[in-house]
Design a protein. Sequence first.
Length: 265
Amino acid sequence: MSTVTSQDGTTIAYTRTGSGPAVILVDGAMCHREFGPAKPLAAELAPHFTVYTYDRRGRGESGDTAPFSVAREVEDIAALIKEAGGTAHVYGISSGAALALEAAKAGLPITKLAVYEFPLVVDDTRPPVPADYAERLEKAIATGKPGTAIKTFMREGVRVPAPVVFMMQFMPAWPKLKKVAPTLRYDAALFDGLHDGTPLPEGRWASVSVPTLVMDGGKSPAWIRNGVAALAKAVPGAEHRTIEGQTHMLKPKAVAPVLIEYFTD
């Protein structure tokens, strides 16, 4: 493990592997270097790139300095890019896609950007996320109920069926999820105004000037795919690509060839 210090003094833990142009992987909700798809994806990319996986603040071995804001997470990526030599490709999945886009919008020196299934709700193909969703996440965390926060996220954020959420409580991963549950409110901040079933705000990503690849899975539900299609139109010059046979639980071996081709073209 290595670390960098973000602008507000927060220690961000990361792992570097491989050789070649730098690629930074940005995780989705509750994932970190040792829990989620980043580590196996890094192994697929390492023969072609120097890959940086990191623990987003509040997760794994990274620190968590209050107060939180999306800008602080963008600064974390900026610190990693500086560590990587001053420029880097960036790939983000799910809420990590939202964060990667915020980094590009902020003008960070990103060479190419790739994002997978930023889970936007832009129409009526699923119920909107309740208006008090973020408030209830905050309350659950503040009152020492991380399990309640996870259930709220799973049921109302990503629409996991209730029986599946119930069974998750008895799986070995549940204690690990509870440890990072406080960061769900950070992910919620990335979706402010983007989960209510209305069209994307005009001009939200108009300042993104880096080449951008926007991806979805061919087996993902209509609401996710519709949101990704809308995002591809909202980001200037973005390329839209569907990875057939994939869902939101994207397999590293399925996306790795796409990223290798895109980042080396």
